[in-house]
Design a protein around this ligand. Structure first.
Ligand SMILES: Cc1cc2nc3c(=O)[nH]c(=O)nc-3n(C[C@H](O)[C@H](O)[C@H](O)COP(=O)(O)O)c2cc1C
Length: 307
């Protein structure tokens, strides 16, 4: 029974990692379980300069999930690398830094900085945040901007490069192929769906930023389809994310074509969910007599021409 998977040049001991922004920098969770159990540690998006984020309220629970408009609140690169990185570098062997920028130059700056640190093993480019006015989703929905960001970071960054895409497009496979062609080693699918909640008493939008990103089980069927479609369109590994709250939900993503998965909103519901999931995936392989989790990737495509 083998839970190991490969993403770019990295071998992960298992395919489970937190989704950026739902696990902080890991520090709040380190007393709940040993973070070394995770396949990788993905941290909250870091930008070059500190960001306060959007006006509150920024998070609201909806049926089958939540909506947030955090707006990439983070302490900025200098603070992260001086104060946070030393505290988290030993929490897991594979630290994945998620970055965002308001310009191609900011992405390049952060990639150059990240390249200097041995403890940062991979970059995840957040070109998909729906909650910021500059960059974010605007980059992820503009094919030319996406190509430019990925290829310019690729020139600077020689380690594993992961691109996290937005679902807020008509055909995500076009963006997946563009990211692959521009030099991505892997894709993370997907970020949140834009959405809105309105308070019927005040008759106004609930979130301070009016709209936000919907996550949780509500988005899972759409996320699974996007992984399924992109599996046929690209040949780089896919990290599936969107509403994973059980072993069965995680398995859907593997069968659709994911090599690894991320857990987001469920971390707020059950902080110890990820170690339980890792254990249950191992038990599932044993029960089903499947030698390796990698064998599940894309199995739902069996019988189709392209597989
Ligand atoms: C409160 C919150 C904050 C988030 N912050 C980030 C972020 O900083 N960077 C990022 O790439 N994605 C961010 N996301 C998106 C998640 O990483 C993930 O793509 C999304 O929530 C879907 O997964 P889920 O349904 O398992 O939550 C955030 C999501 C939530 C709920």
């Amino acid at each position: 029974m083998n839970l190991k998977v490969k993403i770019g040049e990295l071998t992960l001991k298992n395919p489970v990692m937190p989704a950026s922004g739902t696990f902080g920098f890991g520090l709040e969770f380190k007393d709940i379980f040993d973070l070394k159990n995770l396949g990788a540690l993905v941290v909250k998006t870091i930008t070059k300069n500190p960001r306060l984020g959007n006006r509150p309220p920024r998070v609201y629970e909806v049926s089958c999930g939540m909506i947030n408009s955090i707006g990439l609140a983070n302490p900025g690169w200098d603070y992260f690398c001086e104060k946070i990185l030393p505290q988290i570098k030993d929490l897991n062997d594979i630290l994945i830094l998620n970055i965002a920028g308001e310009s191609v130059e900011e992405f390049q700056y952060l990639a150059r900085e990240a390249q200097r640190f041995d403890e940062i093993k991979a970059l995840e480019l957040n070109v998909s945040c729906p909650n910021v006015s500059k960059g974010g989703i605007a980059f992820g929905t503009d094919l030319e901007a996406l190509k430019q960001i990925v290829s310019s970071v690729r020139k600077i960054y020689s380690k594993t490069l992961i691109v996290k895409l937005t679902p807020n497009v008509t055909d995500i496979t076009v963006y997946a192929k563009a990211a692959e062609n521009a030099g991505a080693d892997a894709l993370t699918l997907i970020n949140t769906f834009t959405g809105m909640v309105i308070d019927v008493k005040s008759k106004k939008p609930i979130l301070g930023n009016k709209h936000g990103g919907v996550s949780g089980p509500a988005i899972r069927p759409m996320a699974v389809k996007m992984v399924y479609d992109c599996f046929k369109a690209v040949s780089i590994p896919i990290i599936g994310v969107g509403g994973i709250d059980s072993k069965e939900a995680a398995l859907e993503f593997f069968l659709a074509g994911a090599t690894a998965i991320q857990v987001g909103s469920q971390n707020f519901v059950e902080p110890g969910f990820m170690p339980r999931l890792i254990r249950e995936l191992g038990e599932y392989l044993q029960e089903e007599n499947i030698e390796s989790i990698a064998k599940l990737t894309g199995l739902a495509h069996r019988g189709e021409e392209n597989v």
